[in-house]
Design a protein around this ligand. Structure first.
Ligand code: ZN
Length: 382
């Protein structure tokens, strides 16, 4: 088992261009808060398939970023949301595996009927990876976040009991939390209820470490962690109360920081950002469809392409940047852009060249996003 440190942060980006900028943001956070978040580059099978990339490219991005930064801490590559059907292409390149058994969870019946089969599948998948790698030199996460119903603390105790029986050295567990985790915007739900559940989940994990001899590094993993600003101070408080760590997954919204950085740079880059928006507006049905359950776009709040054409760099950047205190910020605009990375992928080199040319401006946005808007809130500093 490769041990996970107390704090770890899932990064990664659609086009594999921001590894160094993201690593620099975590280093900036370490300097500011004296807490090291181990970088974990994650990219799901679904995302690789949509963009047309291979897991090898994530490993290369991570290694290159670490080399260029002269970073000496531990880092990981996460095969995110994998199943037996698609794990093989990740095995040589990853040292963190997120076993996704959400599909196998039964929708009714007793706890055993709902969860036992899913955990048996996780055991099968874990042993397959050990055999293929010739050892257990990796970290294991089990994820159940992509389901409709949140698991109760009693469910989690049962699930962890089954995980221990299967002999899986789980170090991060991603439950489905109460409330809505929409893409690219803040958490929507009952914060007091979230706080109670989060604390009870942590207590269930502590119980499992003690009573079931699961690894003492076991911690919660929060998926779709990007932009859920209001839960960060809550999580930070509880983690401190129980002296616990956490794994936070973000990644998808790095692409939005790329667009903010391009827009803020003006000139051709702003024109490119405007073109992507115009296409996104035209193709909004097609682009939104795969994300129907995790976005909430108010069509009436979307500006026309003609209007956006008249915007200057500042106007575009402020409309997109997630700053709730800014009257120009438009969450519908932001969510539509979030699902529109396919358009940039279709642009190919034209888009990625612009990313390279404007890497410094994009890096400033990524740093402000990861360090000042996310990690700072966990430590009550924002
Ligand atoms: Zn997830």
């Amino acid at each position: 088992m490769k041990r996970l440190p107390r704090y770890s942060f899932g990064i990664g980006d659609r086009f594999a261009r921001e590894g160094l900028n993201q690593l620099n943001a975590l280093v900036a956070a370490e300097e500011r808060f004296k807490v090291r978040f181990a970088p974990v580059w994650n990219k799901s099978n679904r995302e690789h398939t949509i963009i047309g990339t291979e897991p090898k490219s994530t490993r290369e991005e991570a290694d290159a970023a670490v080399r260029r930064a002269g970073y000496e801490g531990e880092y990981f590559c996460d095969a995110d949301h994998i199943t037996l059907a698609n794990v093989d292409r990740f095995i040589p390149y990853c040292d963190f595996f997120t076993l996704d058994v959400a599909e196998e969870i039964g929708s009714s019946g007793s706890r055993e009927e709902r969860y036992s089969g899913a955990i048996a599948k996780a055991g099968e998948l874990y042993r397959h990876i050990v055999e293929a790698r010739g050892g257990d030199d990796f970290a294991t996460e089990i994820s159940m976040d992509e389901v409709d119903e949140a698991q109760t603390p009693e469910d989690i105790r049962y699930i962890l009991t089954r995980i221990a029986e299967e002999g899986i050295p789980v170090q991060t567990f991603a439950p489905k939390f109460t409330g809505r985790f929409n893409k690219g915007v803040d958490y929507v739900g009952d914060l007091a209820k979230f706080e109670r559940e989060f604390e009870e989940d942590i207590l269930a994990l502590r119980w499992a470490v003690k009573e079931l001899s699961l690894p003492d590094t076991l911690k919660l993993s929060v998926h779709s962690g990007s932009d859920k600003f209001s839960i960060y101070p809550v999580m930070g408080r509880i983690l401190e109360r129980h002296s616990q760590g956490i794994h936070i997954k973000t990644a998808g919204t790095t692409w939005l920081e790329e667009i903010v950085g391009l827009a803020a740079s003006g000139g051709d880059s702003l024109a490119l950002a405007k073109r992507i928006y115009a296409c996104a507006l035209e193709r909004r049905e097609e682009l939104s469809a795969p994300y129907a359950t995790v976005i909430d776009i108010d069509e009436g709040a979307l500006p026309s392409a003609q209007e956006v054409e008249t915007w200057n760099a500042e106007r575009f950047a402020r409309t997109l940047r997630h700053d709730e205190g800014d009257p120009m910020y438009n969450p519908s605009f932001r969510q539509l852009m979030h699902v529109s990375f396919k358009i940039a992928a279709e642009m190919g080199g034209k888009f990625t060249d612009a990313l390279e040319r404007n890497s410094a401006a994009i890096g400033a946005e990524i740093r402000a996003n990861i360090c000042d808007r996310h990690i700072a809130r966990l430590f009550g500093a924002s």
